[in-house]
Design a protein around this ligand. Structure first.
Ligand code: HEC
Length: 124
């Protein structure tokens, strides 16, 4: 019983520290977004219809993190045009930050992405 209680307290403390770190990440991500993404996807996350996809309310952006990380790292040429490659311009933390931001900004409520997840995707 005592052990269980200690584990629960540790989990709570750990959760708090994690939430704190996520807040910082999202805040940094907002700046990365303004500097690198808003020209196309717009500050309001609505993109430009038919030209730049919206991030607000986009199920791809708020869906499984793997494809989102891969798209931002490697870019993509699709039927709307070309999404630039960011792997040489932004580091793991900046990419994790900007993805966490777009997953939680506007009406989006998806879990953050960590720098470790970006590092793992980069080395694939
Ligand atoms: C030069 C314009 C441009 C910039 C700058 C840009 N993007 Fe994009 N982005 C695009 C285009 C165009 C697409 C759609 C490509 C396609 O047709 O598949 C896209 C697609 C995406 C997608 C996939 C959306 C979906 O629904 O499939 C994500 C996520 C994304 N961009 C994130 C970002 C992030 C984060 C940044 C900043 C680090 C950024 N983009 C900067 C043009 C841009």
């Amino acid at each position: 019983m005592g052990t269980l209680l200690i584990l629960m307290v540790l989990a709570l403390l750990g959760g708090g520290a994690w939430a704190q770190g996520t807040g910082d990440l999202v805040q940094q991500g907002q700046k990365v977004y303004q500097d690198n993404c808003a020209d196309c996807h717009r500050l309001n996350g609505k993109g430009l219809p038919g030209t730049f996809p919206a991030h607000d309310g986009n199920p791809f952006v708020a869906g499984p993190p793997g494809p989102v990380i891969a798209t931002v790292l490697n870019g993509r040429k699709g039927n709307m045009g070309r999404m630039p490659t960011w792997k040489d311009k932004l580091d793991d933390r900046q990419i994790a930050a900007v993805i966490s931001f777009i997953r939680q900004a506007w009406s989006n409520r998806a879990p953050a992405v960590t720098p470790a997840m970006v590092a793992a995707a980069r080395s694939k």
